[in-house]
Design a protein around this ligand. Structure first.
Ligand SMILES: [Zn+2]
Length: 461
């Protein structure tokens, strides 16, 4: 399908608008911005940390709390260097990189013109870039490609030698595999069971980009589901559906989500099957989450490299075997971007355009804003009292500057589902107005019932 120039402009406009809102309202800042930024790393501001925490809570609730067959883990970022040999990352987690001898720019091969064909040639060891022009300067002076490992290297202790090398983990999953036996001993689960983990991971991407979609430091929410080999195909299908349901539960429309199965030649070295859940971002369909049948690759490799048995013993059948693993892996930052894009909306109103983040109430940074009708010494005490009554139960914000209409718009823009307005009648009737973000409908509620009524309204969606 060709995209018209006008559509492209609209898409660029939408991406810009979402990123500008994210910065202006305190969701996401460029890291070290006063120094000019730090290469595609991002800081989550006051609103962003609430949104991302809510997403992580929702994931943990769905994967651990309500299931009973999955337990949690929080592994260290630094691990024994042999972990990454066993996992295959030292050998296989590489991108081919070429440097232009004329302008010194570096490129990933798949970012060059006809990149797919060049990648194929690279895999087949027949790559020749001598005829390819540098995308930057146009000279045909690209050097032969060299392998570039995407893991960040560091050193443990004061001496920087090969014996002290450590890697910042490029995925959280390995901490689960190396702890398989510890967790088994500690909690005694029967197969199938899972171990879930949320944590930071690092990849030295040569071409990061698209805002928080691809960055060098990011947060993963990964779950490893251990099972009998025969059950893996069925569980793979079940987890596909289960994970899709979760994305929809965040309020993301079904038509902006889809599955994409990986072809054999694009699967990672450990996966027998891999499917992505993709979301339609303003800049196109992109991967959010991967569901992988990792077979017994990981446990076998760690058993081989560590010399420790990583097996499951079934005391009913007296069988001993290496379990298979079905993995679900999703980015917390990517999901945050997904949710922002899905929630962003504009609609015409009497003052021009109303911008609304139609966030699911469970994800909204603030659930309720308390707004005195105007900044007034008679209204403030009651408004503060109302605010205090809500704070213990909900994330709230208090705002009394500027006209009430502008304050409603500010709350719409950050996705606050409910505004509570305290006006001069409130002083007489001990009642306040609840205004709903999406419909803008207003209802009068006695202050004595406010907490219950807010609770009800937030639960309705
Ligand atoms: Zn060049």
């Amino acid at each position: 399908m060709t995209v018209t120039a006008r559509a492209v402009k609209e898409i660029e406009g939408l991406t810009d608008k979402i990123q500008s809102l994210a910065k202006r309202r305190g969701f996401v800042f460029a890291s070290s911005e006063i120094y000019g930024g730090a290469g595609s790393t991002w800081d989550f501001g006051p609103l962003g940390v609430e949104l991302k925490n809510n997403i992580k809570r929702s994931w943990w609730r769905a994967m651990v709390q309500v299931r009973g067959d999955i337990v949690g883990l929080d592994g260290a970022i630094l691990m024994h260097p042999k972990v990454w040999e066993a996992s295959g990352h030292v050998e296989n987690f590489v991108d081919p990189l070429v440097e232009c001898r004329s302008c010194r720019h570096r490129f990933r091969i798949d970012d060059l013109p006809k990149g797919d064909a060049l990648m194929e040639a690279w895999r087949a060891n027949t790559l020749d870039v001598s005829g390819t022009a540098c995308p930057n300067c146009g000279e045909r002076k690209l050097a032969d490609p060299r392998k570039f490992n995407l893991m960040f290297k560091t050193f443990v202790g004061p001496v920087e030698d090969t014996a002290s090398v450590a890697w910042l983990r490029p995925e959280t999953a390995q901490a689960v595999y190396v702890n398989f036996d510890n967790v088994q001993q500690a909690v005694r689960r029967r197969l199938p069971f899972g171990i879930a983990q949320i944590g930071k991971a690092f990849r030295n991407e040569i071409t990061p980009g698209n805002f928080i979609f691809r960055s060098r430091e990011f947060e993963q929410m990964e779950m490893q589901y251990f099972c009998r080999p025969n059950d893996a195909p069925r569980l793979f299908e079940e987890w596909k559906e289960e994970r899709m349901r979760w994305h929809r539960s965040l309020g993301v429309p079904a038509e902006r989500l889809r599955f994409r199965e990986h072809a054999e030649d694009e699967r990672a070295h450990y996966a027998a099957r891999a499917v992505d859940i993709e979301f339609e971002f303003p800049f196109g369909w992109k991967e959010l989450e991967g569901i992988h049948d990792r077979t017994d690759f990981d446990l076998r490799r760690h058993a081989e490299f560590s010399g420790k048995k990583l097996e499951y013993f079934d005391d009913l059948t007296q069988e001993r075997f290496v379990p298979y693993i079905v993995e679900t892996a999703v980015g917390a930052d990517r999901t945050t971007y997904e949710v922002l894009c899905a929630a962003y909306d504009e609609e015409p109103d009497k003052d021009g355009i109303r911008t609304v983040l139609r966030l699911h109430p469970s994800l909204a940074p603030y659930k309720v804003a308390v707004l005195p009708l105007s900044k007034n010494e008679r209204l403030s005490p009651l408004a503060r009292e109302v605010h205090a009554s809500l704070r213990a139960g909900f994330m709230t914000v208090y705002d009394e500057t500027q006209a009430i209409g502008r304050r409603y718009r500010r709350q719409d823009e950050i996705g606050t589902p409910l505004c509570v307005t305290v006006d001069f009648d409130s002083l007489e009737d001990r009642a306040v107005t609840i205004r709903e973000r999406d419909s803008m409908a207003q209802v009068r509620v006695p202050i004595a019932e406010l907490v219950d009524r807010v609770q009800e309204r937030l639960a309705e969606v």
